[in-house]
Write a protein that binds this ligand. Structure first.
Ligand code: THU
Length: 132
C-alpha cells in the first residue's frame, strides 16, 4: 500500500467522523508490517473531554482485530485543515507501536508530506524505558 492509497483510506474514514461539537472531521489509516491496514475516525462526546481522536481509534481498531506486527506508517486527513498533525496524546500512542513510524499528511496543494515520529516526539518515553 503506497502513501497515496493510505491517504485515500484516511480521507474515506474522515467521512465517518462523529464530530457534532467541533465540526472538525478527521480520518486516519494505519499500516502495519503485516501489510494490513486499519482505519479510524474521531468520535466526540457531549462530555467533550471524552472525545477520541481518529489516530487512536485506528490503532485500537488494529489491536482489536488481532494485529501484532510493527506499525509502519499512519496517514491522517482532515477536510478542515491542511497537514493535520497528530496531537500529543496520539504521538505517544504511535510510539507505543513503533519508534520509527512515518506520518503521512497532505499539504494545501494536495502534496504528500511525511514526518517521522522521532521528529514529532523527540526523547519519547517508549516501552523500552520500563526495561531500563
Ligand atoms: N482530532 C483528531 O481526531 N486527530 C487530530 O490529529 C487532531 C484532533 C479530533 C479531536 C476532536 O474530535 C477534533 O479533532 C477537534 O479537536
Amino acid at each position: 500500500m503506497d502513501k497515496t492509497e493510505l491517504l485515500a483510506k484516511a480521507k474515506e474514514a474522515s467521512k465517518n467522523a462523529y464530530a457534532p461539537y467541533s465540526n472538525f472531521k478527521v480520518g486516519a489509516c494505519v499500516l502495519f508490517d503485516s501489510g494490513n491496514f486499519y482505519t479510524g475516525c474521531n468520535v466526540e462526546n457531549v462530555s467533550y473531554g471524552l472525545s477520541l481522536c481518529a489516530e487512536r481509534n485506528a490503532i485500537s481498531n488494529a489491536i482489536s482485530n488481532g494485529e501484532q506486527g510493527k506499525l509502519v506508517s499512519i496517514a491522517i486527513y482532515s477536510p478542515n485543515t491542511e497537514q493535520c498533525v497528530p496531537c500529543g496524546a496520539c504521538r505517544q500512542w504511535l510510539v507505543e507501536f513503533s519508534k520509527e513510524a512515518e506520518i503521512i499528511l497532505e499539504d494545501k496543494q494536495n502534496k504528500i508530506i511525511s514526518y517521522n515520529i522521532n521528529n514529532l516526539l523527540p526523547e519519547a518515553f517508549s516501552p523500552e524505558k520500563l526495561k531500563d
